[in-house]
Each structure stands twice: as C-alpha cells, then as structure tokens.
Design a binder for this molecule. Structure first.
Ligand SMILES: Nc1ncnc2c1ncn2[C@@H]1O[C@H](COP(=O)(O)OP(=O)(O)OP(=O)(O)O)[C@@H](O)[C@H]1O
Ligand SMILES: [Mg+2]
Length: 341
C-alpha cells in the first residue's frame, strides 16, 4: 500500500522534473498548454487511483471479518443431553481424559483423578503442562476426546447446562471483565442479587480499596473514561463474582504475575475466604498457596508426574522437590531485593 501511494504521488515529482527539463530548451506556448493540461489532469488520476486502492483494502478487511464470523458460526455447540441427570454430591472425577485443541496434537494424554466433596486439590507444574486445559474441561468449556469428566458422579455431558453452571464456578488465569459497571460485572454471578449482596461479596473479596479510588464507586464503568484495573484488581472482582454465585465446586486458576506484594496478599486472602467449605481445584503458581491442600498433583506434559501431600512429595527426589527448591530461591531473592530498597 505504501509503495502504491508513493508511486501514484510520485507522478507529481516526475511532472515537476519534466517541466524543468523541458524549460531548459526554451518556453513555448505549446509547452505551457501541455503543462497546464497535465497539472489539471494528474491530481484527478491520482485521486481516482487512491480511491480504488482504499476500496480494495476495505474489501480485504470485510472478507477477513466475514471469515471470522463464519468461524464462530461454524463452531459446534456442546451437545445437550436427552436424559438429564443431576449431580449427586460435590465430588469431581476425571477418568482417562485425553484432549487436543486441534485434533492433532494431544495436550492431555491420560489423566485420572478424584477430588472428594469438600477437599482442596492443587495442580502445579511447568508452564504449558496442561493445568489450565484440565480446568477448562471441568468447567466444560470443551469436551474431552477420550474419557469423561464427572461431577457428583454424573458425566458433565449428562448434566443439564444450567445445573452445571450452578454447581461450578471459576476464577480464571486471565479474568477479563466486561465493559460495564462493577455492579453489573459482579452481578453476572447471580443475576437477581441485590446491591447490598454485591457490596458484601466485594468486601469479602478484598475489593474495598478498588471501590474507594473509583469516581462513582460500584457504579463506575470499567474501560470508560480511562478507568482501568490491574490484573490483580480484575482478578479480585472476578473472585467477588464467584463469591456471589457461591457454587459448591470451585476452580481457581491463579493469576501468574502481580505487580506488588500488597495486591498479591489481598488476592490470597480473597481466595481463601472464597474456598472455605467448597470442593476446590486450585492451580497454583506460587507454591506458598499449596501448604494446606489435601493433595497435590504435579502435571507435566499432559500427564500426572507425581501426586501426594506436600510432605510426601518433598520426601521424593522428583519434580515437585525441584520446583519447590526453585521457588524457595526465588522467594529469598525477592525478600533480599525488597530488603535493599
Ligand atoms: N486455546 C488453545 N489452543 C491451542 N493450544 C492451546 C490452547 N491453550 C493451550 N494450548 C496448548 O495446550 C498446552 C497446555 O496449555 P495450558 O494452558 O493448559 O498449560 P498450563 O499448565 O496452564 O500453563 P501455565 O502454567 O503457563 O498456565 C500447551 O502446549 C499450550 O500451548
Ligand atoms: Mg495456565
């Protein structure tokens, strides 16, 4: 496009250069009429060509948008069961799960595990191991190609969608808020919640400081008039949403990075308040959070590499111990760094 524009507008330069070249041989009346003709006609041609170029470009943009819309429409909806069964308790079971995003590269190979009602289980492991993928299978964002996910003893494919939504709530790694007021964002967790219910959920999720600095408090629209929240703040709002929903099975995918320790502590406090009394699947990036959990699964390359309590895993000379040591070193480094400031 740049070349095209340059070429078209370059005609002017050629015109001027040509004029100088010819005038060196003396100015005649015929030459002047010619020059006048070209001066009038050249902008018209350049303008027309530029218009054609923009039309072509818009055509490409429209084609691209249409193909993306087609892509969304072509997605097959998750199947709805003909014989719905309700979950019997709040347990979560994965049985021989196999999953691939594109139908070719399998990212979950063969994972089986069971979380008893009220238990907290943590997933840890290297980046790209498949932790978030497993969490999205339990929330039924996708269905596995092999094996089954059971909540309350019932395959999630046989549970009515509404009931599944009432049973499972999640706070995802990159919780994104919608461009609406804080009130509406939190209310997505329970549509008929009163304003005071929303406020107490926000308070329990440690969002007091966020509300204080916003011009219209709970009615402030996020994303408008330069109101933006940090990743940690957005995650706390997402926690408030899950708090309001109060579903018995909870999936927590910790945010990976926090700018400041204060935010991190607030998120931790909010998460532990939310997790109380629920069946929890916690994806932990900071190993400080796995201290009190019932069982830890180390997920590596789509498989369970190790499983056990923290002390059991530390006794083995395996992946968990390695990650743990690395974590300790980085935590000490952080303390040292903060100490020097
Ligand atoms: N939407 C997607 N489409 C295609 N491949 C994906 C998608 N999401 C994840 N993957 C791939 O699946 C594998 C597992 O990714 P996943 O996000 O589950 O890892 P993770 O254990 O959560 O990592 P992290 O600790 O960095 O959050 C990776 O190889 C990743 O590239
Ligand atoms: Mg992840």
């Amino acid at each position: 496009m740049m070349c095209y524009t340059t070429a078209i507008n370059g005609v002017f330069a050629a015109l001027i250069a040509g004029a100088f070249w010819f005038t060196s041989g003396g100015v005649t009346a015929a030459f002047l009429t010619n020059l006048l003709f070209y001066i009038i006609i050249t902008p018209v041609i350049a303008l027309t060509l530029t218009k054609i170029m923009f039309m072509g470009e818009n055509g490409i943009i429209v084609g691209d948008a249409l193909s993306r819309i087609d892509g969304v429409l072509a997605l097959a909806p998750l199947s709805e069961t003909k014989m719905p069964v309700s979950p019997r308790d709040n347990s979560v079971e994965l049985e021989h799960i196999k999953f691939s995003y594109d139908g070719k590269n399998e990212v979950i190979h063969d994972i089986s595990l069971r979380i008893e009602p009220g238990q907290t289980v943590a997933f840890v492991g290297p980046s790209g191991g498949g932790k978030s993928t497993l969490a999205s299978l339990v929330s039924r964002f996708f269905d596995p190609q092999g094996g089954s996910v059971r909540i309350g003893g019932v395959d999630v494919r046989d549970t009515p969608k509404g009931e599944l939504m009432d049973t499972v709530s999640f706070v995802l790694q990159n919780s994104r808020l919608i461009k609406a007021s804080i009130l509406d964002n939190v209310r997505m967790g329970k549509l008929d919640a009163s304003e005071s219910e929303v406020l107490s959920a926000l308070e329990a999720a440690q969002c007091g400081d966020i509300l204080e600095k916003l011009p219209q408090g709970i009615h402030t629209v996020i994303g408008r008039d330069g109101v933006y929240l940090s990743g940690g703040e957005q995650q706390r709002i997402a926690i408030a949403r899950a708090m309001l929903k109060n579903a018995p099975v909870l999936i927590l995918d910790e945010a990976t990075a926090f700018a400041d320790p204060d935010n991190e502590n607030k998120v931790q406090a909010a998460l532990s308040a939310l997790a109380r009394g629920k069946t929890v699947l916690l994806i932990a990036h900071r190993l400080s959070t796995v201290a009190g959990v019932d069982r830890i699964y180390v997920i590596d390359d789509g498989r369970i590499a190790e499983a056990g309590t923290r002390s059991q895993l530390l006794e083995q000379d395996g992946l968990f111990r390695k990650i743990w040591k690395e974590y300790q070193t980085s935590a000490q480094w952080k303390v040292a760094k903060e100490g020097t400031v």
